[in-house]
Design a protein around this ligand. Sequence first.
Ligand code: BDP
Length: 331
Amino acid sequence: MNRRTLLRLGAGSALAALATDVPALAQQKLVLKAADVHPLGYPTVEAVLAMGRKLEAATDGRLSIQMYPSMQLGGEKEMIEQAQVGALAIARVSVGPMGPLVPELNVFNLPFMFRDDTHMEQVIDGPIGDELLKKLSDHPTAGLIGLCWMNAGTRNVYNSKKPIKNIGDLKGLKIRMMGNPVFVDTMNALGGNGVAMGFDQLVNAMQTGVVDGAENNSPTYATGQHYRYAKYYSLTGHLMIPEILVFSKKIWDTLSKDDQALIAKFAKQAQQEERKLWYAMEEKSKSEMQKAGVEIINIDDKKPFQEAVQPVWEKYGKQQAELIKRIQDVK
Ligand code: BDP
């Protein structure tokens, strides 16, 4: 055995000794990495931070959450992939990019699925919401645990070219959509050209004219300062997609039942806490948009928009007819 090998062995046994000498409590210390595309101050980010503070307090600092906001870990596709392999513990994403993973979730991604915020809240707070989280958690290959839902309001189309007042105005406009075929089909059915791309590429795409605009709720539009590139914001209300908080199954399976229950409990509370922050943020965003000189366009008649997306319902809704009916029946 040469000197080098001896040294290596020496270092190895010293490390092993250290690992067993460390007090049990410190050994179990676990920092859960969480990510969000939105910046600090955004309702979803703040709700997860609050969840982290509760976890720390409840476990004397043994469990905590380290937040990576503002797309530091990439767009949502990247975040989902990192959670699947266990490089990230918690990803707060839109249900949008989750649809291709679990077909039932795609029902939330159908245009004009929910009547209004209250309808959406009744669904996510009720048995259907629980069932769908479980569907995700039990899914054999998704690799994610569904923790809770969050509000994300209504999505509206915005662009740099002209005010969209009628469905015909969308013709020829290149509109960025989230990465999921149901959204590209929706935009195309409405007469525009849907372009699928990650949220992390959107600002650059608007700046360079790769797209003429996008669609999103007012808090995303305002915090991302998308009005700098697309100042016509039309209240099309074509999508109402809740957010979802997912946990890496790889990491989840290493946790004790008690820790799992604690995380699940605080996540449920986060669902309600985010909601309060959400409505305040919507108000704030509206005034920010006004200050920034955004032209907000009301759509008097939504019917042509709803009729135009019927083929999307045919294509994606057929296999989920029963679930759709149950959602529609929620009063
Ligand atoms: C926002 C969602 C965010 C999505 C983004 C998008 O909060 O999760 O990444 O839309 O359009 O409303 O990609």
